[in-house]
Write a protein that binds this ligand. Structure first.
Ligand code: ADP
Ligand code: MG
Length: 676
């Protein structure tokens, strides 16, 4: 055996051949996308115009191809191209796809940046980012000087961050593209010009165009096949059950073709997924197997690839998705769509009735969503859409949703704008935020000590904005810095910032879960219980493999995904702390008081006092709340509590509860202030 035998030639060929075969297929597929025909015309228009609005059918290739066209044509110059997405799972999945199309790994030429996860490098030229991350970048680089092109994708969703970004981009472009006096020769020497491309799947181009001074509108023609739409005769009481029955009707009666089911959220997706699995296992041998693919915002990147891989012969793929599959992510092979007609919507519950925080509510979709959902069945051939609602219900749907800026909490955004020296009242938005909503954001920031009584940003406020956390959690961390318990607080805050819940607490498993988790229970409440869980998990993680950790979580009814994510978030937060010179190793040992005090500082708006009848009355609001049955403090009578959030069912429940001394609440400066 010679020196060269380190890698056998046979093995090398084996791995090389399929890759290039796959590359070839990918490049062929790219050429067939509807957008490919318009490539040169699109490049030309974008080159000629500072702002372009691009409308095109979902799946036509906007998000994956346009950035590549611009890069290939040299339009980006030396700068980077940013493509914004409202959801993190779309940003990571699309970056992976485009990296693959470029025959490279994600993080090199093509990267992504989402909260708590950045995969990019010096070499990155195309970056998929969440709209929130780009707004955050404004804090360190107010004119976004690293980017020469910014593509605002999925603009029709009108998320709060997208709206804030669009307002800022307008101002930034005016600065960067201003011609200099030097004989009117091109843009200012120091600033390179910025190109803006607004992309949307729906026909609402006019509004974007007029916001950007009558920007040019381009249309990409799609290839939509006819879709036969069925409505139910009567309204369905249980949409999950109805979806289950509809799926099996399709599966047993209809020819091959994959099924896409739209559901409001992760819980319904997981519930329906296990029901389908259960029934599928009982089907006669001859029936094709079912390949289940869940798709929702918090789906870990490793599981995303399964959705796009070809359906194995003799199987039917069943994708269970939230509205993320409406326009952001196109899955090939779908012939049947089941539309429950439901989605989750973030909505602000005003302080006068609730918590002053956003709550995710399940609600009916809009006409525009319903049409998009149906359209997903007709991408590759004639398809079928089964709406689990009546035709009248469809006719009565509102045309499109209200933009988030009109219905979500503005606290975090206001804080970021304050750091940029801007104000919600002054910035030019596509839709103006509500007066009352602005006032309540101002009040919340004042209570957290981020603004002073003249609405000016404080040192604390600036530090809060630097932490990639909700303002109230950022305040908790800053309080922990003063009180010397950052280590404990980071453990807790990381879990609270995760995209999924730590405790499985569905009503039917509640008793077993509480039993299995007895050893973590802490008399102070749920926050210390979380701390106990994290400490045990860290202990387990020292010796166990992933499988072992998963098993441990399963036995204790804990969410493995939440814990792994929390550990990753904690690592990120430690790095941010180091940059801010916050000592994250500071620990208060067995003393619980500093931890509770820190929590109260951030959660003071969520404090409630016990009433004679055993319920709790909010200190800073009018609501009467009960402790959630999943809390370790349920059924206890505690003089004063703080909580993470409110859950609205038949009662208003406080979830994530800790018992605190009344004096801790009274000592928060703002409350003294108010009384004075
Ligand atoms: P648009 O933005 O116009 O809706 P996209 O650029 O997202 O269209 O999609 C173009 C094509 O790329 C679609 O056929 C889609 O299925 C495919 N695609 C996107 N992401 C992936 C992925 N991760 N794996 C495989 N194919 C993908
Ligand atoms: Mg797209």
């Amino acid at each position: 055996a010679g020196k060269k035998n380190l890698e056998s030639p046979k093995k090398r060929m084996k791995s090389a051949a399929p890759v290039s075969g796959k590359q070839h297929a990918i490049q062929e597929q790219r050429k067939l996308l509807p957008i490919a025909q318009g490539r040169d015309a699109l490049i030309h228009e974008i080159r000629e115009n500072d702002v372009t609005v691009l409308i095109g059918e979902t799946g036509s290739g906007k998000t994956t191809q346009i950035p590549q066209y611009l890069l290939e044509s040299g339009l980006a110059g030396k700068g980077m191209i940013a493509v914004t997405q409202p959801r993190r799972v779309a940003a990571t999945s699309l970056a992976n796809r485009v990296a693959e199309e470029k025959n490279t790994e994600v993080g090199k030429l093509v990267g992504y940046s989402v909260r708590f996860d950045e995969t990019s490098s010096e070499a990155t030229r195309i970056k998929y980012v969440t709209d929130g991350m780009l707004v955050r970048e404004l804090l360190s680089d107010p004119i976004l000087s690293r980017y020469s092109v910014i593509i605002v994708d999925e603009a029709h969703e009108r998320t709060l961050r997208t709206d804030i970004l669009m307002a800022n981009l307008k101002a930034i472009q005016q600065k960067r593209n201003k011609p200099t006096d030097r004989k009117g020769k091109g843009p200012a020497a120091a600033l390179s010009p910025l190109k803006i491309v607004i992309m949307s799947a729906t026909l609402d181009a006019e509004k974007f165009s007029s916001f950007y001074n009558k920007a040019k509108i381009l249309y990409v023609k799609g290839r939509q096949h006819p879709v036969t739409i069925y409505h139910t005769a009567t309204s369905q009481a249980d949409y999950v059950d109805s979806a289950l029955r509809t799926f099996f009707q399709i599966h047993t009666d209809r020819p091959p073709g994959d099924v896409l089911i739209f559901l409001p959220g992760q819980e319904d997706i997981e519930g329906l997924s296990s029901s389908i699995q259960l029934y599928a296992n009982r089907l006669p041998q001859a029936t094709p197997g079912v390949l289940l693919c869940p798709l929702y915002a918090a789906l870990p990147p490793g599981q995303q690839t399964k959705i796009f891989s070809p359906t194995p012969k003799g199987m039917r793929k069943c994708i269970l998705a939230t509205n993320i599959a409406e326009t952001s992510i196109t899955i090939p092979g779908v012939k049947y769509v089941i539309d429950t007609g439901k989605c989750k919507e973030k909505r602000y519950i005003a302080r006068s009735v609730g918590s002053g925080f956003d709550t995710l509510l399940t609600r009916d979709i809009t006409k525009s969503s319903a049409m998009q959902r149906a359209g997903r069945a007709g991408r590759e051939g004639p398809g079928f859409c089964f709406r689990l609602y009546t035709e009248d219900a469809f006719k009565n749907m509102p045309l499109s949703a209200e933009p988030e800026i009109r219905r979500c909490t503005l606290t975090a955004s206001l804080l970021q704008l304050k750091c940029l020296g801007q104000d919600l009242e002054e910035l030019e938005f596509m839709d103006k935020p509500d007066e009352e909503n602005i006032l309540s954001a101002l009040a919340a920031l004042y209570i957290l000590g981020a603004l002073d009584d003249k609405k000016a940003l404080t040192k604390n406020g600036r530090d809060m904005a630097f932490l990639p956390l909700e303002p109230y959690l950022a305040r908790v961390v800053l309080a922990a810095r003063e009180l010397g318990c950052v280590r404990e607080i980071l453990d807790i805050v990381s879990v609270l910032s995760s995209n999924s819940k730590l405790f499985f607490d569905s009503a039917d498993q509640r008793d077993a879960a509480l039993e299995a988790r007895t050893k973590f229970r802490h008399s102070s409440g749920d926050h210390f219980t979380i701390l106990n869980v994290v400490r045990s998990f860290d202990e387990i993680a020292k010796t166990e493999t992933n499988a072992g950790k998963k098993d441990w979580c399963h036995k204790t009814y804990l969410n493995f995904r939440c814990l792994t994510e929390a550990v990753a978030i904690r690592t990120q937060l430690k790095e941010v702390c180091e940059r801010m010179k916050i000592d994250w190793t500071a620990s208060c040992g067995d003393n619980e008081q500093p931890v509770l005090r820190s929590l109260v500082r951030g959660l003071v708006q969520n404090a409630a006092f016990l009433q004679p009848d055993g319920s709790y009355k909010q200190v800073m609001g009018p609501s009467i709340v009960k402790i959630h049955p999943g809390s370790v403090l349920c059924d206890k009578k505690i003089p004063a509590i703080i909580y993470d959030e409110l859950v609205y069912t038949t009662n208003i429940y406080a979830r994530g509860v800790s018992a605190v001394p009344r004096s801790f609440i009274a000592e928060v400066p703002v409350l003294n202030h108010r009384k004075a």
